[in-house]
Each structure stands twice: as C-alpha cells, then as structure tokens.
Ligand binder design. Structure first.
Ligand SMILES: C[S@@+](CC[C@H](N)C(=O)[O-])C[C@H]1O[C@@H](n2cnc3c(N)ncnc32)[C@H](O)[C@@H]1O
Length: 274
C-alpha cells in the first residue's frame, strides 16, 4: 500500500489487506455511515439494524488490530446508535477514553416534534489502557471571560500553601464538546462539495492536532487511516498540515468513485495551488 493516497474500494476488503500487510495506524479517525438513510450513491446508509451492527462489529474488530500500541480510534456516530457501538468497543477489548460531542448551532430542522439536532457524538477508545496520545496544549481554546486573565484564582498546593493560579497564555484546556459550525450556508460555499455529509476541515484538523503523535521537533508525525473517506476531508487536512512542515502519513478508503474524484481534486488544489 502507498501512503497519502485515496483508495477507491470497499473497506471491508481493504482493511483485511492492510492487516495482512502488517500496516499499523496511530490514529483511525473516521466518520462512517450513520445508517440514517443518506444517499451516498450506494445503499451503505440504508441497512437493517442487524446488518448495520454486524458489519460495524467486523470493521471495528479489524480496526482494533490495525492500531499501534499507543493508537486510538475516533469513530463518529449518531445518538440513535452510538450506544451499541460503544458497547462493541468495550467488548472488543478497546479502552474507553471519552464520548466527545461535535456541537453545532447551525443545524437544520424540519420537525417540531423533537428538538433540532445540534450535536453528533464521536467515541474515543484507545488500544492500551496505559499509553495514548492526546496533545492537550495543541487544542487549547480561548478563556470564556477576559476576567479569567485579570482576576487571580487561589488554591491549596500539595504542601497546603496558598498558591495563585496563572492562566495559560494559549487559553484554557479544551473540554469534550467540540464546537464547530457545519458547512451549511454561503459562508462555507467554497469548502462545501456535493458530498451530503462532508465534515468541516476546521473540526477534522483540530482532531488531528489533538490525537496525532509528534516527533522530537514538535511536528505531527504519525499514521492515520480513514476507511470512510467520503469527499476526502481527512486527507486534505493532513496535507495542509504537511505543507506546514508536519509529516503525517495517511490512507483514505472510499467506495464511490465520485467521492474519490472529488477528494483527489481537493488534494490537488492543496498540493498544486496556483
Ligand atoms: C459519512 S461519509 C464520510 C464523509 C467524510 N467524512 C467527508 O468529510 O467527506 C461516509 C462515506 O463512507 C462511504 N462508504 C460506505 N461504505 C463503505 C465501504 N464499505 N468502504 C468504503 N467506503 C464506504 C460512503 O460512500 C460515504 O462517502
């Protein structure tokens, strides 16, 4: 297999090939079909619940085998079914780290019978229960209030002495709610492709920064897999980071030629800007 490439094919066939070749990934960051009846140009989002769960279990089991010793899986889902997937991950011997939330306020609702959807959960499980990568300082967020920076906060140190807490100039530690708007509307027209569930680059880049290993120079250097690559957001975000001097090796797999073509167009505009 070659790195930094979109593979046009079925991940149910390609994942076992990767396993046979002994390739391992530091991060599997993926946004699979949620089984909500979306039209990806195939029937992969329109399975019976039984089929959805059985295929998900096989995929997760191979993904587990593809992880490096310190590796993690970030798996997007939807509130309807995320509970089933979380249980599967426990059963497969992966270690729970966090149920994160992708939160957005610009979602679209047609129904008044239930609240508008404003989040999609994504599970973080690791291969080891002792070692994993989380670059907390790379994904700090601004403090909520500027008074945080002005008003000292005091606490008791281990020796009982009164200590003043100093704010971090790079902001507060990020929480597990990741707020990024969806690609709806005019302001994202340049980024948005025809793919029905394209993820925002800002969100995926932030996740790479949080979960990709780094080398001694502080550059991201790791292997990342997205078996449901869609319009290629993961590859595009990795290549944009690589152009800033990072060294991320990634592989994307996508069933539909149409989305592979869009992914390759997006990649070429990153790699050959005019
Ligand atoms: C939710 S979308 C991913 C969107 C992507 N994150 C983006 O930003 O464009 C899921 C994708 O998985 C693809 N897919 C479904 N089953 C697949 C399979 N067995 N192998 C590879 N790709 C598959 C679908 O065609 C769809 O494009």
């Amino acid at each position: 297999m070659q790195w930094n490439k979109v593979y046009h094919g079925d991940c149910d066939k390609i994942l076992p090939q990767l396993e046979n070749e002994g390739i391992v990934f530091d991060l599997i960051l993926t946004d699979p079909p949620y089984n909500l009846n979306k039209d990806f140009g195939n029937a992969t989002d329109q399975l019976s619940l039984e089929e959805f769960l059985s295929t998900t279990r096989v995929r997760l089991s191979i993904c587990r085998n593809l992880l490096s010793n310190n590796g993690s899986i970030i798996w997007f889902g939807i509130h309807h079914y995320i509970g089933y997937i979380q249980v599967m991950m426990y059963e497969l011997g992966l270690y729970y780290r966090r149920m994160n939330i992708w939160h957005y306020e610009n979602g679209f609702s047609r129904s008044k019978k239930s609240p508008a959807t404003q989040y999609e959960p994504f599970l973080w499980f690791s291969k080891s229960n002792a070692h994993w990568v989380y670059n907390a300082d790379d994904v700090r967020v601004p403090y909520k209030s500027s008074s945080r920076l002005k008003t000292p906060v005091y606490y008791s140190g281990k020796d009982g002495a009164r200590k003043a807490w100093q704010p971090n100039p790079n902001g507060s530690l990020r929480g597990d709610i990741w707020s990024f708007p969806t690609l709806a509307g005019k302001r994202f027209a340049k980024e948005k492709t025809d793919h029905p569930t394209q993820k925002p680059e800002a969100l995926i880049t932030e996740l790479i920064k949080a979960y990709c290993p780094k080398n001694a120079e502080g550059k991201y250097e790791g292997t990342i897999l997205d078996p449901f690559h869609g319009s290629g957001t993961l590859g595009v975000c990795c290549e944009k980071l690589n152009r800033q001097g990072h060294n991320i090796k990634w592989i994307g797999i996508e069933l539909e030629e149409k989305w592979c073509n869009i992914a390759n167009q997006r990649l070429s505009s990153v790699l050959n800007p005019d």
